[in-house]
Design a protein around this ligand. Structure first.
Ligand code: MN
Ligand code: MN
Length: 463
């Protein structure tokens, strides 16, 4: 190739390159440091409730206080809004007129898992078990024969709420869903993959020892209830007003000889929630009021009063606008948002579900997803060319490694994020997040470089 065509190529072609070739050792070190905090967050925040608690704890250390309508806030003040312990929003008041708009980042802190049914506890063949109802899109067969931990709350009639977390400590017992041995699975293996394990077969083994040496039925169940009663003061009826979730008991860890990757449960979407959170915690005196919202219920359609389809975000923007003085609809009209959610990174083993030119790759940086949806972009917000240009400029100006992505080949599948609900408010929004392998599996994989670039994108957007 001649020097002239080489130069012209450099000038005209879209230049895609692995992020590791585009940053120096110092940045790689920063990725490593940043991801140590991220891995700790993953271990402490396995459910939306735990994520809210961890996030609030980190925020309070940085001077965030619960929003109080009786107080008057001004530029630089840091407040948060806790919605039922399952969704939380952090705001740093800007120096400009609030009517110039908010800079909002939105991620979700719920992940696919197995919820206990309202009447979960039973005994069969002198084994104690829990019935579950899966939450979010899972491949059910992946949830058998792995150690599980139990997280959540019992809410009692007297108003007390009891936290439960069993299976995270090294010395804690774990739980397990058993699968059929291959020797006897000749019929089971003929099932389709989606039916390999059926919903009603996701039964968790929780004990096997009968209560003392009494005679009678259901003594294993009795023994388990007696243990729970001693530990939490609950009876079988208290399961009716509980939210208990089975999640993988694994800890987050490095993956690969080079330690360039992270493996963990719940990276969709904590891999974006942690960057959005740490970014807003690092923001000081922004021009526009910065808001980071970590939402619940994305995995089941953002419905309910802790999901982003609710008016919660609208109300807190209203509270802030009213407090510092301004018109809410003007402020909203001028607002912009990064919907911080993951993209499906291309897996060498399953390349044919992607269209190479528009798929995201690990280590190519934070992913901009202009639209999601399925079958002809149905149900997506599709960011405007103008807004994409604005975000390109922001990322390039700050040396952030980024790429674009699509959610698989046309008509293969698709998906959605919270972007559409924020777009419905009249706000400019685009999906920006980290590419993930094995998304929605009990153990998902990401690259450290992409995680750090996601943080940098969130920070530069809100600062
Ligand atoms: Mn997600
Ligand atoms: Mn998801």
């Amino acid at each position: 190739m001649s020097e002239a065509s080489k130069q012209l190529k450099e000038k005209l072609f879209l230049n895609k390159k692995n992020g590791n070739f585009r940053v120096d050792e110092k940045v790689i070190d920063k990725c490593e440091k940043y991801c140590a905090g991220y891995k700790a967050f993953l271990n402490n925040a396995k459910t939306e409730r735990e994520a809210v608690k961890s996030a609030v704890m980190l925020a309070e250390k940085k001077g965030f206080v619960p929003f109080d309508r009786a107080k008057k806030y001004s530029a630089g003040d840091k407040v948060y809004f806790n919605n039922r312990g399952k969704t939380v929003a952090f705001a740093v008041i800007g120096s400009e007129n609030v009517e110039n708009g908010f800079n909002i980042t939105a991620a979700h802190i719920d992940s696919p898992r197995l919820d206990l049914k309202p009447n979960p506890l039973y005994e069969d063949l002198e084994l104690g078990l829990f019935k579950t109802h899966y939450y979010g899109g899972i491949k059910k067969y992946q949830w058998t024969a792995i150690p599980l931990s139990l997280h959540g709350v019992f809410a009692k009639k007297d108003g007390t709420v009891i936290d439960v977390s069993i299976g995270e400590d090294e010395s804690d017992p774990k739980f397990v869903i058993n699968d059929l041995l291959p020797h006897l699975a000749s019929e089971q293996v003929k099932r389709t993959l989606s039916d390999g394990i059926k919903g009603e077969e996701l039964n968790v083994l929780i004990g096997s020892r009968p209560f003392k040496d009494d005679e009678g039925s259901e003594l294993v169940k009795l023994n388990i209830l007696s243990i729970l009663n001693e530990k939490y003061g609950v009876t079988e009826e208290d399961f009716l007003s509980a939210e208990l979730e089975m999640v993988p008991a694994f800890k987050s860890c490095d993956i690969g000889f080079d330690r360039s990757l992270i493996g963990s449960y719940g990276q969709d979407d904590r891999v974006c929630a942690y960057p959005a959170l740490t970014a807003v915690l690092d923001v000081n005196m922004p021009k526009k009021t910065a808001v980071a919202i970590l939402a619940d219920k994305e995995e089941i359609g953002s419905c309910g009063n802790t999901g982003l389809e609710s008016d919660f975000l609208l109300h807190i923007l209203g509270d802030i606008t009213k407090n510092i003085g301004g018109d809410l609809s003007v402020a909203i009209r001028n607002s912009r948002c990064l919907s911080a959610d993951v993209n499906a990174g291309m897996d060498p083993t399953f390349q044919d579900v992607h269209e190479r030119r528009n798929a995201s790759l690990l280590n190519y940086g934070v992913v901009i997803t202009k639209y999601t949806g399925a079958r002809g972009k149905s149900g997506t917000s599709d960011a405007s060319a103008e807004y994409v240009a604005e975000i390109r400029e922001l990322l390039d100006k700050n040396g952030i490694i980024w790429q674009t992505g699509e959610l698989g080949k046309v008509d293969i599948g698709g998906g959605g994020t919270v972007a559409v609900y924020i777009a419905n408010m009249g706000i400019d929004v685009i999906d920006v997040g980290v590419p993930v392998l094995s998304m929605h599996a009990p153990f998902e994989t990401t690259a450290k470089l992409d995680v750090y670039m996601c943080y940098r994108a969130m920070y530069e957007f809100m600062k």
